[in-house]
Design a protein. Structure first.
Length: 316
């Protein structure tokens, strides 16, 4: 069972730069490669499924963090693995679609294995004591004399897309400040280095569960199609602009190289589907507020098609 303590130990190892190198991996060890750091949805999804997946496949597993270029380096590691039967990528299809919109050409070289999580939305957050109390206050301040400072990523990402959507559909311009991860974005907001930031709603809710009142964040708006069940009074951006197409969510999926052994790919898909009802894994997912949902490769293809349409609408 992957309990919260074990998961956080895995996350701490990744944060300290702990990498498992290909040359050190035993013949029957499954490499689970992630391109985003601790507390990212991909990292959490990988940590949740890794142990039960390995047991279902009769293998041991190591989780490798290969960061850089918005997750592109991790995807390239899988693509270059070729016929290596022991390597899987856990990634966010939305980000892969964004990278391909820039010309990366990654998705045609990746084979979907299964979806493991979906319906993750971004949230626009401020400090709980911020004078920005709601969307109306934000728009008034954003159109004032000084630009509001927004913490965000410096590369294409779901967080950056939220900023771009507000600029395109609501005419709001911000002064961007680069932060390398969702946690770094949150830290900039909490330490008042930035007025606001975009992170995933899951992280904002988890933070507020543990934080003192003065250290909580206020969520002004989310970017999914529907209001978050935990935030019934927080509007979606699509509601605000009156257009359901101005919404998007992110997901987490598992991929392998298209040249990987077909039997390995089928075995990995079957193993993931077989653990979908693992109650210990689902309990850990609930504790981490991760929307665990294991589905076959066709669901990943549908997600990629949807995300590509959203990105075309946003950046056309």
């Amino acid at each position: 069972m992957l309990n919260r303590r074990t998961f956080m130990q895995l996350a701490a190892g990744a944060a300290s730069g702990l990498l498992f190198h290909r040359g050190a991996v035993a013949a029957e060890t499954l490499r689970v490669i992630v391109g985003f750091g601790p507390e990212s949805p991909a990292d959490i999804g990988a940590g949740l499924v890794q142990a039960p997946l390995a047991r279902a496949m009769g293998m041991t597993a190591v989780q490798e963090y290969i960061g850089g270029e918005g997750g592109a380096l991790a995807a390239l590691e899988i693509i270059r693995s070729g016929a290596d039967r022991r390597a899987l990528l856990v990634a966010d299809p939305f980000t892969l679609c964004l990278l391909d919109a820039e010309g990366a050409g990654l998705l045609p070289k990746l084979k979907p294995i299964a979806g493991i999580g979906g319906g993750l939305s971004c949230a626009l957050v401020v400090r709980n004591d911020s004078p920005l109390k709601d969307w109306a206050g934000l728009t008034a301040a954003a159109k004032g004399r000084s630009l509001l400072a927004m913490a965000n990523n410096d590369r294409m990402s779901a967080y950056l897309s939220a900023k771009d959507l507000m600029q395109k559909r609501a005419g709001l311009i911000f002064q961007p400040f680069v932060a390398g991860s969702a946690q770094a974005i949150l830290d900039r907001v909490l330490t008042q280095q930035s007025d606001l930031g975009t992170i995933d709603t899951r992280l904002a809710l988890l933070h507020n569960e543990k934080a003192a009142a003065k250290d909580k964040v206020r969520i002004l708006v989310t970017f999914g199609a529907l209001r978050a069940p935990e935030l019934p009074d927080v509007p979606t951006f699509a509601e605000i602009v009156g257009d359901p197409k101005a919404a998007y969510t992110t997901s987490v999926a598992v991929f392998c190289s298209p040249s990987a052994d077909a039997a390995f790919a089928s075995r990995a898909t079957a193993a993931l589907l077989s653990i979908a009802d693992n109650e210990a894994m689902r309990k850990d997912a609930r504790q981490l507020r991760f929307p665990l949902r294991i589905e076959g490769p066709e669901s990943v293809q549908a997600t990629i098609a949807r995300d590509s349409r959203v990105i075309r609408d946003l950046y056309s």
